[in-house]
Design a protein around this ligand. Structure first.
Ligand code: PMV
Length: 365
């Protein structure tokens, strides 16, 4: 392996039916299927350089870690400056790189990685930055190792199924869905029998132009990582009942997407979000992601749907305080304006359904 550099971006996704609770948390194996919509503007962009260790002096700029030392993990800030990533995040990236190295075998022999990443949106605030970040990491790393991650398997590419498996190896299950565009389902079981369920597309982004207006009520990092939420979920008295409800909700969601029917999708999506948080709040110990602003936005969304206004707006939250408001693309401007006027809302991100990951020629370093 002589070393290579690649840059990829991958989108965040918003879960319509949530992944909450794992049968194997270390391997991010879910207890139930989940369905998401891939976003367009909320993305992580990651450059990975595979440095042949014997070649380090020539390939790595002065001041870098020595050959054979740990992987270098950098974050790019809004001004373009590169700084070492916080240790918690860097540790997960290194763990993911180890998994990818194991998978790559000979291809990655004698290689260490240098990684830089940036997000187009607030990270760790329940906006799926781990999904986009680890999907981008899997695409960029495999490309840096000389694979064709986005190519068709029939033509020697990795293909989205394998990429879905590689993307969640850091333990972020939702990353399995961020390797595909449009509307995506991640099953709980693996049809192939090797216990490695891979996400698949339900419909491409072009099937249904839904918008997602994100109301930010808290831009700082959340206090309880979703990994802890998954671990505690089965301690909630509501957990088993939710599992029993899920087959109906999954079927409703698939049917609503097929029919492009937001009046059918919306109630299921809100029910799902509230139940995830009900389970989190009733876990032992309880986990609270909501902030007072979350309730203000939920109330405003209900008011938008009411007669007189009549917008098709429906709310959902992942493991954080911020609220995603799904609506028809034609109503996104008015929804964003109304949300932006709320006292609790510090900012609004106007996003929409989008395509999956992409490779780029302009590197972060
Ligand atoms: O992928 P994780 O481990 O960060 O878990 C994701 C959890 C939720 O965002 C709340 C739900 C989901 O399906 O994305």
């Amino acid at each position: 392996m002589s070393g290579g550099k690649a840059t990829a971006s991958a989108p965040a996704n918003i879960a319509l039916v949530k992944y909450w609770g794992a049968r194997d948390l270390a391997r991010a194996l879910p207890l139930a299927p989940s369905i998401s919509m891939t976003l367009d503007r909320c993305r992580s962009r990651t450059t990975v350089e595979a440095v042949a260790v014997g070649d380090t002096v020539e390939r790595v700029a002065a001041g870098d870690a020595e050959a054979g030392a740990g992987e270098e993990v950098l974050l790019r800030g809004p001004g373009g400056e590169l700084a070492p990533a916080p240790e918690r995040f860097a540790g997960r990236v290194r763990g993911h790189l180890d998994e990818l190295r194991r998978w790559a075998g000979e291809r990655a022999a004698g290689v260490r990685f240098r990684v830089a990443t940036e997000n187009s949106f607030p990270a760790s605030a329940g906006l799926a930055s781990s999904a986009s970040g680890f999907a981008a990491l899997a695409v960029a790393t495999t490309a840096a190792l000389g694979c064709d991650p986005l190519g068709d398997p029939a033509a020697g590419g990795l293909g989205s199924a394998l990429l879905s498996s590689l993307a969640r190896r850091s333990g972020s299950g939702s990353a399995a869905r961020s390797v595909l565009g449009g509307y995506v389902e991640w099953p709980a079981e693996d049809a192939g029998g090797d216990d490695d369920p891979r996400a698949a597309a339900l419909a491409p982004a072009s099937h249904w132009a839904l918008a997602d207006v994100v109301a930010l009520v808290e831009e700082g990092p959340k206090t309880v990582p979703s990994l802890d939420g998954h671990r505690l979920a089965p301690t909630s008295p509501h957990f088993e009942r939710r599992l029993a409800e899920l087959p109906r909700r999954l079927e409703e969601t698939r049917a609503a997407i097929r029919a492009r029917d937001l009046d059918r999708l919306g109630p299921v999506v809100e029910e799902e979000a509230i139940e995830l948080h009900l389970i989190a709040m009733s876990s032992r110990p309880p986990v609270f992601y909501w902030r007072p602003g979350t309730l203000e936005v939920l109330e405003a969304v209900r008011a938008m749907r009411a007669g007189g206004v009549g917008l098709g707006a429906w709310a959902t939250m992942d493991a954080g305080a911020n609220v995603h408001v799904l609506c028809p693309a034609a109503e996104a401007g008015e929804v964003a304006e109304r949300l932006g006027r709320l006292a609790a809302v510090s900012g609004v991100i106007r996003d929409r359904v989008g395509d999956g990951p992409a490779l780029h020629d302009d590197h972060l370093f």
